[in-house]
Design a binder for this molecule. Structure first.
Ligand SMILES: NC(=O)c1ccc[n+]([C@@H]2O[C@H](COP(=O)([O-])OP(=O)(O)OC[C@H]3O[C@@H](n4cnc5c(N)ncnc54)[C@H](O)[C@@H]3O)[C@@H](O)[C@H]2O)c1
Length: 342
């Protein structure tokens, strides 16, 4: 039976991955979290409700802040995982602009501390680092970045994710750690932090409040994304883990650290998305387009990743975006404590 270490288990994406792994494997799971403002143990509490006592016992939670090294005591709490999925990160872009050094500590130092722990394991099968589309910066119309395109960070959060990604490449080359890297686009789903765009729109439409949608300077074009549901991220991740010893054969032939873009089924602009959320609630959308660049420096109007590599290997999200959005809107309206900012 495999043992997997998942960092950031009380966070939004990790808790979906934990549920997916309990449901679809017999693996033991250890998660590390420091429970900051984005970490919420109630996520784990709620998803565990669907499982039997024996299944629940397969999850162990270890309190630890990755800014500090994984010392012998924490290491013995974790044991010897076969797989490490590294998701813990500070990810609030506005905060990264105010306090960049915090992001160096959490995302760069934190990743290197985890890589140092991984380096000491004899039989580690795979270390997966969760990176982001934001490392490529804004994607002009018609451009979708491929896995090995250049970094172009437009804020300290992206730079900290890119720096940690490059440390993974270095640890594979230097210490032969078996590492995969994923670039994920905007993730949504049940129990997401209410400040994020989709839960925020669901709540504002429900309460008859105005929704502010970021746009270009002329206020003629809303920002767009390829949103992906967290359960599809978990499904894609399991597909990637099953690739075993995949070697990238593309432009760079045998590049270190295979990288995979995990992309949502279709691109949607944020105004169309907000309108569809209003329609599901049978309400009119009250909205205003606001100039993205002057209102939120460091935020990009459009992100886009090329899904071609994983598609060619046989994976893409199975469920259409419209269905996923409808499910999340209806779930959130029933579970309204997840829409509250307090
Ligand atoms: N949410 C998205 O749309 C998205 C998109 C692309 C990539 N990602 C990446 O996926 C990962 C997870 O994102 P999320 O949205 O679930 O994040 P989240 O903020 O919901 O969860 C992060 C978790 O990590 C924990 N954490 C943060 N710093 C830590 C530290 N130093 N030590 C221990 N625990 C720490 C937090 O307490 C929290 O529980 C991140 O690495 C993020 O960069 C997210």
């Amino acid at each position: 039976m495999k043992k997997v270490l998942i960092t950031g288990g009380a966070g939004f994406i990790s808790h979906h991955i934990i549920a997916h792994i309990i449901k679809n494997t017999d693996w033991q799971i250890v998660t590390i979290d420091r429970l900051d403002i984005s970490g919420n143990l109630n996520r784990l509490h709620e998803i565990l409700e669907q499982f039997s006592i024996d299944e629940k016992k397969r999850l162990k939670i270890v309190f630890h802040d990755l800014k500090a090294e994984i010392n012998s005591q924490i290491s013995s709490e974790i044991g010897k995982p076969d797989l490490i999925l590294h998701l813990a990160a500070a990810s609030h872009v506005d905060r990264s602009i105010l306090y960049p050094m915090e992001f160096v500590q959490d995302n760069v130092v934190g990743t290197v501390n985890l890589l140092d722990f991984a380096k000491k394991l004899d039989k580690l099968e795979r270390f997966v680092y969760f990176s982001t589309d934001e490392i490529f910066g804004n994607a002009p119309k018609g451009v979708s970045y491929k896995e090995y395109d250049r970094y172009n960070s437009t804020n300290p959060y992206s730079a900290s994710k890119a720096a940690a990604e490059e440390f993974c490449v270095a640890y594979e080359n230097t210490y032969k750690l078996p590492i995969y890297i994923t670039h994920t686009m905007n993730v949504f789903g049940e129990r997401q932090h209410p400040e994020k765009f989709i839960p925020m729109v669901i709540q504002r439409v429900r309460d008859g409040q105005k929704v502010f949608v970021h746009s270009n300077e002329e206020k003629t074009l809303a920002g767009s994304r390829h949103y992906i549901h967290a359960q599809d991220v978990a499904d894609g991740l399991m597909f990637i883990l099953n690739l075993k010893n995949y070697k990238h054969q593309g432009d760079f032939g045998n590049a270190s650290c295979p990288k995979f873009n995990l992309v949502g089924p279709e691109e949607i602009d944020n105004l169309t998305l907000a309108q569809s959320i209003a329609k599901i609630q049978n309400k009119d959308l009250i909205y205003e387009l606001i100039d993205n660049h002057s209102s939120r420096p460091g935020h990009d109007l459009r992100y886009s990743l090329d899904p071609g590599l994983l598609k060619s290997l046989g994976w893409e999200p199975k469920i259409k975006l419209t269905k996923r959005i409808e499910e999340v809107v209806n779930w959130s309206l029933k579970n309204k404590h997840w829409l509250s900012q307090n």
